[in-house]
Ligand binder design. Structure first.
Ligand code: ADP
Length: 191
């Protein structure tokens, strides 16, 4: 099962991803986490990525695509994976489709975790992370709305999108996530 979780910053993707990979026993590919590891290790890619991340901007595609492509080729990703934070733009989604197609694979389903903007800001103020400065956080939300939200249409047209309400307890939201996954499973076994 190859699943993508899409949601604005602060939507609670991390929590739901953790539960989902525990349930499905597939690797969790978070580009945000991969980038933070590169930044911490001060690799050339990490040093360049940090300049964008600090400003709430998207990291250039060559860095992202190289990183994701390498990880997707690892043997533990053969039977599936959960993509978190990628794809984030239409070109990234198209590149992902090409990468998977070359290996006779495809995206099985996309889950949108929908949370209103005022709730995102409220949650951000309650947690603390280096790129959680209020102004930068607002930029990340805007980047989501402008660059990432069009992906919802892209996957919706392919009949792969499940939009779920991201408000409620982690348990309530996870029940909705599981229901979406069951629907993807029914779709893939029908092929
Ligand atoms: P969030 O989903 O909370 O915005 P992430 O942890 O997914 O945060 O990503 C943190 C930062 O890493 C982003 O603001 C962006 O600068 C960069 N980043 C992560 N994934 C991508 C991607 N697919 N394309 C471009 N930049 C990315």
């Amino acid at each position: 099962m190859r699943i993508i979780l899409i949601g604005p910053p602060g939507a609670g993707k991390g929590t739901q991803c953790q539960r989902l990979v525990d349930l499905l026993r597939i690797p969790h590919l978070s580009t945000g986490e991969m980038l933070r590891a590169e930044v911490k290790a001060a690799t050339p890619a990490g040093v360049e990525a940090a300049r964008y991340m600090e400003r709430g901007q998207l990291v250039p595609d060559p860095i992202i695509l190289g990183m994701v492509n390498r990880r997707l080729s690892d043997s533990d990703c053969r039977d599936g994976c959960l993509l978190d934070g990628f794809p984030r733009t239409l070109p990234q989604a198209e590149t992902l489709d090409d990468l998977l197609e070359r290996q006779a694979m495809s995206v099985d389903g996309v889950i949108e975790l929908a949370v209103p903007r005022d709730e995102l800001v409220r949650r951000m103020l309650a947690r603390k992370r280096a790129d959680d400065d209020p102004e930068i956080f607002a930029k990340r939300i805007t980047s989501f709305e402008v660059q990432t939200a069009p992906l919802l249409d892209y996957y919706g047209r392919q009949g792969k999108l499940a939009s779920i309400d991201g408000l409620g307890t982690a348990d309530e939201i996870f029940a909705r996530v599981r229901e979406a996954v069951r629907r993807f499973e029914r779709n893939t076994t029908r092929h």
